[in-house]
Design a protein around this ligand. Structure first.
Ligand code: CP
Ligand code: NVA
Length: 304
């Protein structure tokens, strides 16, 4: 049985298999074919934070594959102290075929998975967002035709999305540059672990958005204040002023560079309307792909 708490749970060959599965199922879906590969299967979703894309793309994916979904907040599950985490994991997994979780603490998902008798998939924690990064690879591959040597410039916070993209780019043979203000880069501890696992890969970190996007194939950004950092939003807004992805910044990138954002976007902060809705933006293809990736991932993780 496999879990996906972080992309470190996968090897590069798993990654290719999941992307291939998602690509095939998307092609069938576009032809109106929805093979009921997971007929009668149950997805349980346990979310501590709000979600439009992750929750609903997971549920839609399971329904399209012939299964169904149940949803509970961590309070409803009893994770507020009503009962112990191992007991909750044992009980919920005994009713379910696959569980997705969205939490503050990353360790909570890791601990839950240890006691679950079905696969557990991370739908975002404070440290990781693996399904987003897998979706981003799917989107880049279908847009550029390859992942090898693609240069992704992430302009923004060294957060959960940036960390998962850094691991994904190492696994896929991509180049990644992160442009962040001082104090918001990827941590040394994270980079040390990444280098230990993927010694040939280096994330290039700079403090200038223009320098990062100069030779980028993909310009990527995310919110400056993630869920749980609301109280720090004003300080972050000030720190990130020079890191907005706007039309002027896009002019310093190659003409055919694409713009990506995991969404939700704070329009007017990390990205302008002109870039979000502009001809280089592939953000809504990227958002739709959350569902196609989820179908590929569920089929793969359940061996179908
Ligand atoms: N990108 C993403 O995970 O969106 P949600 O927070 O809406 O799930
Ligand atoms: N970094 C953001 C991603 C939202 C999908 C957050 O954690 O809120």
């Amino acid at each position: 049985m496999k879990h996906l708490t972080s992309l470190y749970d996968l090897n590069p060959s798993d990654l290719s298999d999941i992307l291939a599965r998602a690509t095939d199922l998307k092609a069938l879906f576009k032809k109106g074919e929805r093979p009921p590969l997971l007929q009668g299967r149950v997805l349980a979703q346990l979310f501590e934070k709000p979600s439009l894309r992750t929750r609903n793309s997971f549920e839609a994916a399971m329904i399209h594959l012939g299964g169904s979904g149940i949803f509970l907040t961590t309070a409803e599950a009893g994770l507020n102290g009503r009962e112990s985490l191992p007991d909750i994991a044992k009980v919920l997994s005994s009713f379910s075929d696959v569980i997705t979780m969205r939490t503050y603490s990353h360790q909570l998902i890791v601990d839950f998975a240890k006691h679950s008798c079905c696969p557990v998939i991370n739908g975002l924690s404070d440290e990781r967002h693996p399904c987003q990064a897998l979706t981003d690879l799917l989107t880049i591959q279908e847009t550029l035709g390859t992942l090898q040597d693609v240069h992704l410039a992430f302009v923004g916070d060294g957060n959960n999305v940036a960390m998962s993209l850094a691991i994904a780019s190492a696994m896929a043979g991509m180049k990644m540059t992160l442009a962040a203000p001082k104090g918001f880069e990827l941590s040394n501890a994270f980079l040390k672990e990444l280098t230990k696992r993927y010694p040939q890969h280096r994330v290039h970190q700079v403090h200038s958005a223009a320098a990062a996007v100069k030779s980028a194939d993909i310009v990527y950004t995310d919110v400056w204040a993630s869920m749980g950092q609301e109280e720090d939003a004003v300080r972050r807004m000030q720190a990130f002023t020079e890191f907005q992805v706007n039309e002027e910044l896009m002019k310093t990138a190659p003409k055919d560079a694409k713009f990506m954002h995991d969404l939700p976007a704070k329009r007017g902060l990390e990205v302008t309307d002109g870039v979000m809705d502009g001809s280089q933006s592939i953000v809504f293809q990227q958002a739709e792909n959350r569902m196609h990736l989820a179908r590929g991932l569920f089929a793969w993780i359940l061996g179908k």
